[in-house]
Design a protein around this ligand. Structure first.
Ligand code: ADP
Ligand code: MG
Length: 324
């Protein structure tokens, strides 16, 4: 079981930022409105994610760290199919198998919090306001081969911040704070709902200079709606590191969207310049498969052409709009 969890961990957890992504997903699933991330040594020594969500009742805390009974990996030969099944319900179990994990939580109906030690399974009363803190220490302590491939603390920290940035752009209704080695490195306050809130959050995360050098995208083609902001050509960068695409609110890396956006910029960008954009694609969930990869970062569209056209037209239209 331990081995299977470690294999699962290999699929889901590549570096500290992968842990951050999973813990943020859980906090948002729990309805958090404020999330505080504390990191030490680029996240290798400590990743702590604190939320004000629903919490976990003490009877459920140990279960939360267990691998769900659904996956039935009997042999190495079956591992091939695992990638497509995904590891739903296994993130905490996987992380617990490769790090020192502690769960501190107080569910809404509880008079006090509870602390679970992931290693020993010991559960004891603790103090905390409503919500959950997941603390992950010494990532990959038992997997030295993995640890060896980690980059410098500064690089791992940058990846962790990127992971939060991706969530933060999509959730202006949630406040985020990131601390590293005791210093506040980023803070994005709750902005609320609606287009104006979303625009303010984009400004907070990507900078007011990006807001000034970008145009609102809002376009519908058939059943596909595309919103967000497209950076003007003169705001282009040498690297493609500021291209954020979301499908039904979830950050994705998708060739169809990247290609469509790229083609809209083709005639206005010169050399190897890369556009900056934040694009939210909404479509019927039945027309997109999110379980292609365990991290759900890749998707497969039922009709890729439909999405390509919608994104292409949306960005074309934004770039053609007269500048205010
Ligand atoms: P999944 O999110 O796919 O269910 P995880 O391993 O990530 O699997 O989490 C296991 C379970 O632990 C969740 O289903 C949830 O019930 C609980 N949980 C984890 N993190 C939190 C959190 N921050 N707040 C409330 N419940 C949580
Ligand atoms: Mg999860």
């Amino acid at each position: 079981d331990e081995l299977i969890s470690q294999i699962a961990a290999g699929e889901v957890v590549e570096r500290p930022a992968s842990v951050v992504r999973e813990l943020l997903d859980n906090a948002l699933d729990a309805g958090a409105t404020q999330i505080t991330l504390r990191l030490s040594a680029g996240g290798v020594r400590l990743i702590s994610v604190e939320d004000d969500g629903d919490g976990i009742v003490p009877e459920q805390m140990a279960t939360a760290l267990k691998r769900h009974a659904t996956s039935k990996i009997a042999s190495l030969a079956e591992l091939e199919s695992v990638g497509t099944m995904g590891f739903r319900g296994e993130a905490l179990a996987a992380i617990n198998s490769i790090a020192e994990l502690a769960l501190l939580s107080r569910a809404t109906d509880q008079s006090n919090a509870w602390l679970l030690d992931g290693r020993t399974g010991e559960l004891k009363p603790a103090a905390r306001a409503g919500g959950t803190t997941v603390e992950v220490k010494e990532l990959f302590f038992s997997v030295p081969a993995r640890r060896k491939f980690l980059k410098t603390d500064a690089t791992e920290l940058a990846h962790c911040i990127d992971a939060v940035r991706r969530h933060a752009l999509a959730r202006p209704d949630v406040g985020f704070a990131i601390w590293h080695d005791g210093k506040l490195v980023e803070q994005w306050r709750r902005q609320g709902d609606g287009d104006a809130a979303r625009t303010r959050r984009i400004g907070d995360v990507l900078g007011d200079d990006f807001l000034a050098a970008s145009i609102a995208v809002d376009h519908r083609v058939g059943a596909v709606r595309v919103t967000g902001r497209a950076g003007l050509p003169d705001h282009a960068r040498s690297r493609a590191d500021q291209q954020f695409a979301y499908v039904n609110g979830r950050y994705v890396r998708d060739k169809v969207i990247v290609h469509a956006a790229r083609s809209a910029y083709e005639d206005v960008l010169h050399g190897h310049r890369q556009p900056v954009y934040v694009l939210f694609v909404e479509l019927d969930p039945a027309r997109v498969d999110v379980n292609v990869h365990p991290t759900k970062i890749e998707v497969r569209f039922r009709d890729g052409r439909e999405v390509h056209q919608a994104v292409r037209h949306a960005v074309d239209q934004a770039l053609a709009a007269p500048r205010a």
